[in-house]
Design a protein around this ligand. Structure first.
Ligand SMILES: *Cc1c(COP(=O)(O)O)cnc(C)c1O
Length: 380
C-alpha cells in the first residue's frame, strides 16, 4: 500500500486573519507550542504514573487539576476529551435511560447527541426568536413548573452559558436558582466562555461546568474540562470494581499526552487574558458599529453584544452577490485577497465571526476591509 501526503500542509493562521469563531480562542501561545512538541509522543504524560492520570506529579498534573478547580471555583475538576465528553459523563452517571432533562433552545448539537447517547428525553426552553434569540430565566421556570405539574421527574437542567449561534450570554445564576428550587442540579456548558471570561461556578449556581480547551482555552486539544461540586463526586467520579483507582466515567484515564500538556502550558496565559475580557467585548461592539453603519448589515442576538462571537444578517452582501459574476463566492474571495478568512465560502445572507485576540491594528483592518469591499461595489 502506498500513501499520499494527505495535504497536511497548513498555513492558514500564519498568512491570514481567521474570523472563524470556532478557532479564535484555541490559538496557542508559544509556551503551549513548546509543550506540545515535548509531549508529542504517545502516552508521554505517563512516565511517572502510579495508576491515576489526575494524580501524576511529574509533570505536575495533580497541581494543575487543583489549579483548574480553583480557576473555575468548584470542588473537583477533571480533564476530559472535550466539552461534549464532559456533558456525557454527567448525563450518563446522573441519569437513567428514559429520564427527562431540560435544556435551552440554543443548545449545541453536542448536548443533543450526548443526551441521545445516554438515552434521555430532552425538553427545550425556547428562545425569544428573531432578532435576539434570548434564553430567559422565566422560560426555564415555565417549563420546569409545567413538567412538575404533570408529575414528571427531571434529573438534570442544562444551560448553554454562551451559545455558538448568536454569542448570547445567559443568566446562569437565575436559572441555577430556579433549577435548585425544584430540586434539580444545573449543568452549565461553558465551551464558549471558560477561558475567555471569568467563570465562578459558585456564583453562577452551577453544580457541573464543562469547558473546551480547543475552543476557548488556547489548547491544541482535543481536551475539555469537567468541574463538579463535592456532593456529586461519588456519582460522577465513581470508581471501578475491578480496578480500584480507575474512575468509570473517565474510562480510567482521559488525555494522556500532548493535549493535556498544551492545556497546562496555556493556563497562565489564559488567566492573564481573562483580565482583558471587557476590552475584547468593547472592541467587538466597536466592530459591530462599523459593520452596522453599512445599510443592510444587522447584528442578531443580544444587543449590545456581550461576547466576541457575533452573527450578522447581511442582505447587503446578498444583494451584491446577486449581480456579481462570482455570485455568493465574491465575499469569500474579496476577503481572501485581503488575507482574511473564516467566513464560509458562498455564504452572503448571514454569517458568524469573531475578532477575539487580534491586535487593535488587526481589528481595525478587518472592519475597514468589509467597508472597502462594500464601497467597491456600491461605486460600480
Ligand atoms: C464548540 C462547542 C461545543 C463542543 O465542544 P467540544 O470541546 O469540541 O466538545 C459544545 N458546546 C458549545 C456551546 C460549543 O460552542
Amino acid at each position: 500500500m502506498e500513501c499520499q501526503d494527505y495535504g497536511l500542509k497548513r498555513d492558514t493562521e500564519r498568512n491570514n486573519l481567521n474570523l472563524n469563531p470556532l478557532q479564535r480562542g484555541g490559538v496557542l501561545p508559544v509556551e503551549a507550542r513548546k509543550a506540545l512538541y515535548e509531549f508529542s509522543d504517545g502516552y508521554s504524560a505517563c512516565d511517572y504514573c502510579a495508576g491515576r492520570l489526575d494524580e501524576i506529579s511529574k509533570p505536575d498534573i495533580k497541581g494543575f487539576i487543583d489549579d483548574l478547580a480553583t480557576f473555575i471555583n468548584i470542588d473537583h475538576a477533571r480533564t476530559v476529551h472535550g466539552a461534549r465528553e464532559g456533558k456525557f459523563a454527567v448525563m450518563h452517571s446522573l441519569c437513567k435511560p428514559g429520564d427527562t432533562i431540560v435544556i435551552d433552545g440554543n443548545a449545541h448539537y453536542t448536548t443533543h447527541v450526548a443526551a441521545e447517547r445516554a438515552g434521555l428525553n430532552m425538553v427545550e426552553v425556547p428562545n425569544t426568536d428573531y432578532p435576539n434569540y434570548e434564553i430567559r430565566p422565566e422560560g426555564y421556570k415555565e417549563v420546569l413548573d409545567d413538567l412538575n405539574d404533570n408529575g414528571e421527574d427531571i434529573s438534570l437542567v442544562l444551560l448553554t452559558h454562551v451559545d455558538g449561534n448568536y454569542g448570547n450570554l445567559t443568566d446562569s445564576s437565575s436559572i441555577g436558582k430556579i433549577a435548585h428550587d425544584t430540586g434539580v442540579p444545573l449543568l452549565l456548558n461553558c465551551a464558549y466562555s471558560m477561558g475567555r471570561l471569568p467563570i465562578d461556578a459558585k456564583k453562577l449556581k452551577a453544580d457541573f461546568v464543562v469547558g473546551s480547551g480547543h475552543k476557548s482555552m488556547a489548547a491544541s486539544g482535543p481536551i475539555g474540562v469537567l468541574g463538579l461540586k463535592d456532593e456529586w463526586a461519588d456519582t460522577v467520579l465513581q470508581r471501578s470494581d475491578r480496578h480500584a483507582v480507575k474512575e468509570l466515567e473517565m474510562l480510567g484515564c482521559t488525555s494522556r499526552g500532548a493535549p493535556i500538556a498544551s492545556l497546562m502550558a496555556s493556563l497562565p496565559f489564559v488567566i492573564e487574558r481573562l483580565k482583558k475580557w471587557d476590552e475584547e467585548v468593547n472592541s467587538t461592539r466597536k466592530f459591530v458599529d462599523t459593520m452596522e453603519r453599512m445599510k443592510g448589515v444587522t447584528q442578531l442576538g443580544i444587543k449590545p453584544t456581550e461576547h466576541d462571537l457575533v452573527r450578522f444578517e447581511t442582505p447587503l452582501f446578498d444583494n451584491i452577490a446577486e449581480n456579481h459574476p462570482r455570485r455568493g463566492f465574491f465575499l469569500y474571495e474579496e476577503l481572501k485577497k485581503r488575507n482574511i478568512v473564516g467566513i464560509k465560502r458562498g455564504q452572503t445572507k448571514w454569517f458568524k465571526c469573531s475578532i477575539y485576540g487580534f491586535s487593535k491594528e488587526q481589528k481595525d483592518y478587518i472592519g475597514e476591509s468589509f467597508v472597502n469591499i462594500v464601497n467597491k461595489y456600491l461605486d460600480m
